[in-house]
Design a protein around this ligand. Structure first.
Ligand code: CA2
Length: 143
């Protein structure tokens, strides 16, 4: 099984600011944790982070026929991007949406998720564990 993990804008800044919301660990720590989890699960994983909406759309399109699952934290694009939603629908790869923080207990605008209209499951508010929970879910259902 091969899973593509996509992280959206500003998540490369993890650990640098707003530790009260996103924790003290860095993006590199997140990548290490996901890679270790993939090894333990005996699956392969590709990690991708971009601050650019179009680059995320390109990456989703490239996954067509290659990835068995997508774990995506679209970050701010969660709440705005019809383009990312359409790309996910186009490739029709099983997808989980993840968030580090509990988006439903923050500002009103964070309660709206375009990606969530396609994702079959959302894990939000579990810190970095949201990612490993999504990986477990996809493996259990699709491997
Ligand atoms: O909780 C999440 O994972 C979010 O996707 C994070 C996004 C936010 O826009 C979503 O509503 C919820 C923001 C990511 C920005 O990350 C930063 C990390 C360090 C310093 C500043 C921002």
């Amino acid at each position: 099984m091969h899973i593509l993990v996509i992280n959206g804008p500003n998540l490369n800044m993890l650990g640098i600011r707003e530790p009260d919301i996103y924790g003290k660990n860095t993006y590199a720590d997140l990548c290490d944790m996901i890679s270790a989890k993939a090894e333990e699960m005996n699956i392969t994983v590709e990690l991708f982070q971009s601050n650019h909406e179009g680059a995320i759309v390109d990456k989703i399109q490239e996954a067509y026929g290659k990835a068995d699952g997508i774990v995506i934290n679209p970050a701010a694009y969660t709440h705005t991007s019809v383009a990312i939603l359409d790309a996910l629908k186009a490739v029709a790869i099983p997808t989980c949406e993840v968030h580090i923080s509990d988006v439903n207990s923050r500002e009103e605008f964070r309660k709206i998720s375009y990606v969530g209209l396609y994702a079959e499951k959302t894990f939000a508010g579990y810190g970095f564990d949201s990612y490993t929970m999504a990986m477990d879910y996809l493996k259990e259902k699709y491997n």
